[in-house]
Design a protein around this ligand. Structure first.
Ligand code: MLC
Ligand code: AMP
Length: 603
């Protein structure tokens, strides 16, 4: 740390301490009429209240723990407000410019996210698994005016921003230090410097800005060759978070363990924003590791008030945890007993989602921890839609019923009907009940559509794609085929074979095909998902090679990594002489998967 930064840090810490002490008394007297809630109860108002507005009332409670330390709500808000001032200077307040960021899973991410929102901009979280070409696409597609990152990523990011008018900000770690729980030793340091932090409760754009404005762009792959930016408004996020808080009974006593990437709704909404909205705590690991998660879940000598009690992840995570357990603990009955006892008594809720949860994983997890995983179903465009119950029977292979505030319906095109463009509604449901509109008494299968305040309004700069994804009467077409039986819903899979789900990530087969067709030895290819117990599906490339050439998997992977995110890079390669196509030039991918991968059966 340079002496200037060190001094700046000391000045900040001392003034933060003074500031925090000085407002403690005032805070006790303040009523948060605008928020209409207290630390004890979480109430929902019609007005959208962004997460940072809630933070003011939780003041000195611990909001976050990352690999550097603990952070208070007030500290995070203080830092975010400070950072927002900088964004305001560059962009103006409430201008809804796009701010992209590539940051580690720690407090810097949260401070930046809140700063974007306090400043009234649209946050675009990116991930370091994306190669430069993909980052470049996101920056250009969103026309991000500011890019925030760390020193570590500068070699990749600087060239992307060179010769553009986009601002590059290197995240200042002093902001992270300001947000930390104040250490008494530092607090006792005398420094007379003053710093005006303004009024924290008033952080953010005034008026009804947050009722109407956009908050976040999440890039998601589809059946086209380029990812689309899903724009989520503050209202969408507020609705999604409150739905989960109410369905899963989250409270300020909850401590969530966060091991997911922070550029998708699962990690952002379910595991980060839910605890922060209710005044709970989020323990955030820099990256998933099976040993890291086991040690957090089973920590010895921790008081209940500091223990993880909520965990949510994708099925692949649970499979990796099971593998680690089987490798390390199966021969030690005492440890097995300890793990079972601690998980079953100290952990309140364990959730799985983003991909189908195979029964062997559900069953084995119950044997190990005593927890019947709560499986739920969601999507970037709509947040969480269906969930097994918190109380009551969780049925493996199903996703329960609609979450609070979510309206769903199952539809099917009737080939014998004259109005071919009007699908028939088979089932219509909400959190209270579902109604059937067909004479069939058996299971009903249809395309799932969804409506409600949680559903996004548009894809960034893609009016055609937006139009196509909604019905005329305003229902979002999820693209998932779903079965309704005995009052509950079951996801049967994507309606399109060109969407692959691997490790919880959605991957476009067309995007991968476009990338690998650039390999000089490949003349034709198709990309398919092959069932796999660990990854859900694995990405398989079936290729025809140029005569006289060869290709092995490692070479293909090296090539593909240059333009695809790591999780989209094929892990299976099959070289064939010909890819059979029909008269229309179409390939029957399902048939090819059955022919080439007969042993990979669904679990
Ligand atoms: C990585 N690897 C893969 C792979 N991903 N192999 C096959 N298929 C994949 N999909 C390989 C790597 O190349 C590497 O190999 C090795 O596995 C370890 O890679 P890693 O990246 O370190 O993996 P790991 O950390 O173990 O990650 C697994 C994971 C991660 C499950 C924790 O993929 C993850 O966090 N997924 C969550 C994605 C997510 O958040 N989805 C939600 C989307 S929102 P080598 O040879 O190099 O060692 C959504 C809506 C909703 O879906 O409902 O929630
Ligand atoms: P994404 O577009 O990355 O948000 O992924 C959303 C997709 O993940 C959904 O459309 C489903 O296909 C899939 N998905 C999410 N949760 C589940 C689940 N519990 N079971 C099956 N598929 C799921």
């Amino acid at each position: 740390m340079s002496s200037i930064i060190r001094r700046r840090f000391r000045v900040f810490i001392n003034s933060v301490t003074r500031y925090q002490k000085s407002i403690t008394f005032k805070r006790k007297q303040q009523t948060f009429a605008a928020l209409n809630s207290t630390t004890e109860t979480h109430q929902v108002t019609n007005d959208v209240v962004p997460v940072f507005k809630h933070a003011a009332q939780y003041s000195d409670r611990t909001a976050l723990r990352d690999l550097h330390g603990d952070y208070t709500y007030r500290g995070l808000l203080l830092s975010a407000k400070q950072f927002a001032n900088e964004l305001n200077e560059i962009l103006g307040e409430g201008t809804q410019e796009r701010v992209a960021f590539l940051l580690p899973n720690d407090a810097s991410y949260v401070i930046t996210q809140w700063a974007c929102w306090i400043s009234g901009q649209i946050a675009i979280p990116l991930n370091d698994q994306h190669p430069p070409t993909v980052l470049d696409y996101y920056i250009k597609d969103s026309d991000a005016k500011v890019f925030i990152t760390t020193q570590e990523h500068l070699p990749v990011v600087e060239p992307l921003l060179a010769k553009t008018k986009r601002h590059l900000i290197v995240f200042d770690n002093v902001l992270r230090s300001i947000a930390m729980k104040v250490d008494e030793k530092v607090a006792n340091n005398k420094d007379d410097s003053q710093h005006d932090f303004g009024n924290l409760i008033d952080a953010g754009v005034t008026g009804d800005f947050y009722n109407k404005s956009d908050a976040l762009i999440i890039y998601t792959s589809g059946t086209t060759s380029k990812p689309k930016g899903v724009v989520l408004s503050h209202k969408n996020i507020y609705t999604q978070v409150n739905s989960l808080i109410s369905a899963w009974n989250h409270t300020d006593k909850d401590i969530f363990l966060h091991t997911l990437p922070l550029h998708h709704v699962h990690g952002i909404i379910n595991v980060l924003l839910c605890p922060l909205y209710v005044g709970g705590r989020c323990v955030i690991l820099p990256k998933f590791s099976a040993s890291g998660v086991w040690s957090e879940l089973t920590a010895v000598n921790l008081q209940n008030t500091d223990r993880i009690n909520v965990f949510a992840a994708v099925p692949t995570t649970y499979k990796k945890l099971i593998d680690e357990y089987d490798q390390l603990f199966t021969k030690n009955n005492k440890i097995k007993e300890y793990i079972y006892n601690v998980c079953s008594t100290k952990i309140r809720l364990m959730i799985s989602g983003s991909a189908p949860l195979p029964k062997p994983i559900f069953d084995r997890w119950e044997e190990i921890t005593g927890h019947r995983l709560l499986e739920r179903y969601g999507m970037s465009e709509a947040g969480m839609m269906l969930s097994n119950p918190l109380e009551g029977e969780r049925i493996t292979g199903t996703v329960g019923t609609p979450l609070p505030g979510v309206e769903v319906r199952l539809t099917r095109f009737q080939s014998n009907k004259s109005e071919k463009n009007e699908p028939k509604v088979l089932v219509h449901g909400n959190a209270k009940s579902s109604q059937v509109f067909t004479s069939s008494t058996n299971s009903i299968i249809g395309d799932l559509q969804v409506k409600g305040d949680a559903v996004f309004k548009y894809y960034w700069n893609k009016p055609e794609a937006t139009k196509e994804s909604f019905t005329k009467d305003g229902w979002f077409k999820t693209g998932d085929t779903v079965m309704y039986e005995n009052g509950i819903y079951k996801i049967l899979g994507r309606s399109s074979v060109d969407i692959i789900k691997s490790g919880g990530y959605k991957i476009s087969a067309l995007e991968v095909e476009t990338a690998i067709l650039g390999h000089p030895n490949i003349v034709d290819c198709i990309v398919v998902g092959v069932d796999d117990l660990t990854w859900g599906q694995k990405v398989a490339a079936i290729v025809v090679l140029k005569e006289g050439t060869q290709l092995i998997l490692s070479e293909l992977r090296e090539f593909a990594k240059k333009t695809l995110p790591a999780y989209s890079v094929p892990t299976i390669l099959k070289v064939v002489n010909k890819i059979t196509k029909n008269n229309m030039g179409k390939v029957n991918k399902t048939q090819i998967v059955h022919l080439l991968f007969p042993k990979e059966t669904k679990s």
